[in-house]
Design a protein around this ligand. Sequence first.
Ligand SMILES: Cc1ncc(COP(=O)(O)O)c(C=O)c1O
Length: 401
Amino acid sequence: MIDVEQIRKDFLVYTKQPELAYLDSAASSLKVKSAIDEVDYYYHNLGANVHRGAYQLAYETTNLYEEARKTVASFINADEEEVVFTRGTTSSLNTIANAYREILEPGDEIITSELEHHSSLIPWMITAKKTGANLVYIPLTEEGRITIEAFKKVFTKKTRVVALTHVSNVLGYLTPIKEITKIAHQSNAIVVLDAAQSAPHMKLDVKDLDVDFMAFSGHKMFGPSGIGVLYGKKHLFNYLEPFEYGGEMVDEVDKDQATWKENPFRFEAGTPIISGAIGLAAAIRYIESIGQEQMHNHTEALHQYTLKKLKEIPGLIIYNESAENPVITFNIKGIHPHDIATILDQYHVCVRAGHHCAQLVSKFLGVNSTLRASMHIYNNQKDCNVFIESIIAAKQFFEGF
Ligand SMILES: Cc1ncc(COP(=O)(O)O)c(C=O)c1O
């Protein structure tokens, strides 16, 4: 069992704002103290660059940075050289989509879905435009899910890339990616997984999932913003063209040509996000100290409790009752989501209103925008109750007019 009062001591924002009902973790989680302390340690005690200096300060910095890589690798069951630090999921996914602009040919097919966050969709849309490849959408079920059966319908011999979200940031649905990957590999298509929403909530094992590339962000899993991960299988990574060129990624430079190092350095041009990587490793250690199963049990109990209460409010449309992630996406008939969110803020309830950077999902639902409440380990039943009360108050306020 998770002791939320204890957990909250690790998230210092609660000492300043104890009344906070933070229900927007799908956008960005709160930041754990141990991760902030690591970032602070780097800036106060080290400050040197990595892989360059021949002095003690630089060695210690390099050690911490490379230890962080090991921590991430072990977290997702990858090998160290398969883990590249990036600015975040967006930057990781752009890196791969960009590299495939050198590889794809007219008529090749890229399978995607309407559930994608813009950062998983747009890079491939541009890749398709630039190469003459076709973007193919998996038909969603009525509920909005990706199924193996629907994937099989669009998978052909021309499929070269399958780029999908692991968990939808709007609907919280889990994609059956392991089974999809098995099928994709039958014709040597690569699978690029957007794990931005799954990494903060479930155990990810890249060897088990067998995906070729995977991306996630530190800021959604209690770590610093500005740091993310791009996992890639060794043999694929070393054959892709880098996205950026510069210091530390080169092997040999002549006047008219240069060669690149092998991964992970090949994709980490310039000074990396040293403090972010160290902070992310601390956040991962924190997650591991609590246990992902414990985290899941706690957030799922809150999720179900809140769903049950919300369903009792008349005029509420919930779009994703069966979501695997603790995310509730809804609307209130006749009231704009932004108006609701503004009232909720007066109760210190933080939720997201809008299209959540996934406009195709809104279009699929037939709405312009939705409200989204998402939970994590620092939430308790009181947060959920305040949330429900503030929804009722907002409804009364607008319906009174
Ligand atoms: C499913 C999904 N993919 C990608 C992203 C982009 O992540 P970032 O903004 O950290 O690059 C997000 C962020 O909301 C997301 O939820």
